[in-house]
Design a protein. Structure first.
Length: 341
């Protein structure tokens, strides 16, 4: 089969492309930059998903579309969120319909839920009430894609991953790993004794391919089934790193308002999705995924350890390209906090 992966040079997109290639599929990627490590068998189309002519060209003869192209929360893209995450999704879905594709997989975000509930996991019944521009754009992109696929009878799978780690993940996690490596304190907003879930990229790919192969249309919230509290898992990572770092608490109101001010001054890498939710429990109900036969290999602690070890040993070989999740992050005003920690 022939597959098109939009955003195929990003952190998740490039893994989708490689997993499909390894399965012997014909793969194309469409992105605004070319991954220097792209396998030669994978054909590259340089374009934004907002460029209808280029998307149409890349879509020719495609059987399955994997829509990963997006401006992520970390990009702080303002009005461009809507252009790429919403209108880009519209263009991709409409061109997929014209091309007569057999299936469409859309990678979305936890941010569509906004502030997570305090009283339990996020389930299929949890309302989607995004609280910042990135989350609103991702939810609107979901709805437009659903409408177009339903209208044209295209089977649609929507996947919302929790924060995804693994080899190659930098971005906001670069700060955490760097501070632990340098024996700096790391911080949580509030007490940190909250359930907080991640997912390993390889486990995410396993579920992704399971849903694709089974033709299991629907919307799936994907996170590991083994996790503790945010504070506890960070402390386990610190012990693994043999670091002198400590997990320190910041008062909720003071921390959120300070980070909001730094954000508006454009001197902090933390965007509203970070500081509005970091003190809230955030985890998915994984039972629907387990019922389908998915078995994640990595717990929170396992994936944090592996990602940290990659950062220490191999991150110097990464950081190329334009993906916010695969490139180093400028710490801005957090640099001062690091020096004081």
């Amino acid at each position: 089969m022939r597959h098109l992966v939009t955003g195929g040079s990003g952190f998740i997109g490039h893994m989708v492309a490689r997993r499909l290639r390894d399965r012997g599929e014909e793969v194309r990627v469409l992105d605004i930059w070319d991954d220097p490590n792209r396998p030669k068998e994978v054909r590259y189309f340089e374009a934004s998903v907002t460029d209808r002519n280029k998307v149409s060209e890349a879509m020719n003869g495609v059987d399955v579309v994997h829509h990963n192209a997006a401006l992520v929360a970390q990009s702080d893209a303002g009005k461009d969120y809507w252009a790429v995450n919403v209108e880009g999704s519209r263009v991709t879905a409409e061109e997929a319909a014209k091309a007569g594709v057999q299936a469409f997989i859309h990678t979305s975000s936890t941010a569509v839920f906004g502030i997570p509930p305090d009283d339990g996991p996020i389930t299929s019944d949890t309302p989607t009430v995004p609280v910042e521009p990135y989350g609103r754009s991702k939810l609107a992109g979901e709805r437009i894609t659903e409408h177009i696929c339903r209208t044209h009878g295209i089977p649609l799978i929507t996947i919302r991953p929790r924060a995804t780690l693994g080899a190659g993940r930098l971005g906001i996690f670069q700060i955490l790993f760097e501070w632990i490596k340098e024996n700096r304190n790391v911080y949580v907003i509030g007490h940190g004794h909250i359930k907080f879930q991640f997912v390993h990229a390889l486990d995410l790919m396993d579920f992704y391919m399971l849903a694709l192969d089974a033709g299991k249309t629907g919307t799936y919230n994907v996170g590991t089934d083994r996790f503790g509290t945010l504070r506890g898992d960070l402390e386990a990572l610190i012990r693994h790193a043999d670091s002198r770092s400590r997990v320190r608490s910041l008062p909720e109101g003071l921390a959120i308002n300070s980070l909001r001010a730094l954000y508006w001054l454009r001197v902090s890498p933390l965007v509203p999705w970070h500081f509005l939710t970091y003190h809230k429990p955030c985890y998915f109900d994984t039972q629907p995924l387990l019922d389908l036969g998915w078995r994640p290999k990595y717990s929170n602690v396992d994936l944090l350890k592996e990602s940290y070890d990659w950062f220490v040993n191999d991150a110097g070989q990464a950081g190329t390209g334009q993906s916010p999740h695969r490139a180093p992050l400028h710490q801005g005003a957090l640099w001062l906090l690091k020096k004081l920690s």
